[in-house]
Design a protein around this ligand. Structure first.
Ligand SMILES: NC(=O)c1ccc[n+]([C@@H]2O[C@H](COP(=O)([O-])OP(=O)(O)OC[C@H]3O[C@@H](n4cnc5c(N)ncnc54)[C@H](O)[C@@H]3O)[C@@H](O)[C@H]2O)c1
Length: 277
């Protein structure tokens, strides 16, 4: 009898707030690979997941570096076909300058997509974590065509030309708009391989990153107040949606972005259009 191909799930940012929750859920279904740039946190996450019974491989990886992503993809290919890929690795406005934010969040996402598309199992699926900031960023229309080609050699220069002066906040929003566009652009190619790809745009989520931005950006307290559900979301609530999108239950869902934001983005969008509740 022919041996069945082994299947594996891959989680980038696997030691981060959302990453480890996704890893916890996927580890109950089979072997997983977690990848992250932070060595100590990665090993501690792997140890926790193994203690809970998971079959876990950890891979140190910088998603913004093509060779590092290629090495991660090679490890995944050696482990089997990729059933689920959840790409959570990212950095927020107070963590770096705008070029680094763009490089990790958008160029990194494009490198991950390019490396993993050929490794997906038939029926497999990916979820890339974007942000509600990708829905509310200024200059979105002007930058759309440039954001669509993040691996172009002159990407950063062209972005500066079309988006004007870029600060870490606008770079974050533009990078996440780019992540949403990336998933939509490659949807037909993934479908040809029998695989699906979607993005999730979280609102305010209670993780290290969420807390850091809340402490540094006064407007976030106002946003929390305006969130219809009236609270932070949890990393577990993001992970549940991500794992659902990767599962056969979502077998006809591809090329979409799901807002998991307690209702906040649409409140802001209605306000921007002059509509009241
Ligand atoms: N927390 C929020 O409120 C919020 C809201 C919207 C979107 N997001 C997005 O959700 C995703 C997960 O965020 P989180 O809240 O879990 O944050 P987190 O900081 O807890 O996790 C992010 C992980 O990515 C890793 N990482 C950073 N740069 C990397 C790189 N170059 N290569 C590999 N790994 C790298 C970090 O080490 C960390 O473990 C991010 O993409 C973030 O932009 C977060």
């Amino acid at each position: 009898m022919a041996q069945e191909t082994r299947r594996v799930s891959v989680i980038t940012g696997g030691s981060g707030g959302m990453g480890i929750e996704c890893a916890r859920l996927l580890a109950s279904e089979g072997p997983i690979i977690i990848a992250d740039i932070k060595a100590r946190e990665l090993e501690s996450a792997a140890a926790q997941l193994r203690k809970a019974g998971g079959e876990v491989t950890s891979v140190l990886c910088d998603v913004s570096a093509a060779d590092s992503v290629a090495a991660l993809a090679q490890k995944a290919a050696a482990a089997g076909q990729v059933q689920a890929l959840i790409h959570t690795a990212g950095i927020s406005p107070t963590m770096a300058d705008w070029r680094r934010i763009m490089s990790v969040n958008l160029i990194g996402s494009a490198l991950i997509e390019r490396a993993f598309a050929p490794l997906m199992a038939p029926g497999g699926a990916a979820v890339f974590i974007a942000s509600m900031a990708g829905h509310t960023v200024q200059n979105a229309a002007a930058a759309a065509a440039v954001l669509d080609r993040p691996l172009a050699p002159d990407f950063i220069e062209r972005l500066e030309q079309v988006a004007g002066p870029i600060d870490p906040g606008s770079a974050y929003g533009l990078s996440k708009q780019g992540v949403i566009q990336l998933c939509q652009r490659v949807t037909p190619a993934w479908a040809k391989r029998g695989a699906r790809i979607n993005s999730i745009s979280p609102g305010l989520i209670d993780t290290g990153m969420g807390k850091l931005e809340f402490a540094n950006q006064p407007m976030m307290a106002m946003m929390l107040e305006q969130t219809p559900l009236g609270r932070w979301g949890t990393a577990g609530e993001i992970a549940e949606v991500a794992v659902f999108l990767c599962s056969p239950k979502a077998s006809f869902v591809t090329g979409i972005d799901i807002l998991v934001d307690g209702g906040m983005t649409n409140v802001l969008a209605r306000q921007a259009r002059g509509l009241t509740s």
